[in-house]
Design a protein around this ligand. Sequence first.
Ligand SMILES: Cc1cc2nc3c(=O)[nH]c(=O)nc-3n(C[C@H](O)[C@H](O)[C@H](O)COP(=O)(O)O)c2cc1C
Length: 174
Amino acid sequence: MRVLIAYGSTEGQTRKIAETIAGQVRALGHEAKLFDTSGLQGDLHPESFDKIIVAGSVHEERHQESVEIFVVANRKRLQAKPTMFISVSLAAAFEGGQADAQGYAEAFFDNVGWHPAQSLLVSGAVRHDAYGYYKEHILEHVVLENRDLDDPESDHEFTDWNALAKAINEFVGT
Ligand SMILES: Cc1cc2nc3c(=O)[nH]c(=O)nc-3n(C[C@H](O)[C@H](O)[C@H](O)COP(=O)(O)O)c2cc1C
């Protein structure tokens, strides 16, 4: 089986997630192709894959524009395949954040006019090294407002790798 994993990542966590999925797909004996939506599509042919995973992360309540463009450009091909959308956010990491995380994904589906067969809300990460002043400010005063972190100065990885592996196992295995 050939699995395409198309992803957008601003600070690297969704890339790490996509690479982990590719490793898992290969370990299951299948072919995995990683595609960064911020690059040129070139000779990528999504129709030649059996299953397609699209992943993106949320910044200021939206997924990457490059992920939106990828989906819009390939909507018909995506509609013809088993698909999974992975939305990476910090809202997903907090109790009471699930509705926000779900809302980002729903808004994405409405914007691009595509409803994947499956979708998964995945908790992202805080990586202070990847932010400048503006991003640090948004993270502290908007995204993490009313959400307590034990050690706000440190990096945090909230991604539940076991839950992700289980979901990918089911998606690839069915
Ligand atoms: C400037 C900025 C804005 C963000 N906005 C949101 C947001 O609106 N909602 C949310 O749940 N997470 C938000 N996040 C958290 C990211 O979704 C999270 O850090 C994710 O792991 C980023 O994935 P990436 O490294 O693949 O880009 C924001 C992060 C940054 C740095």
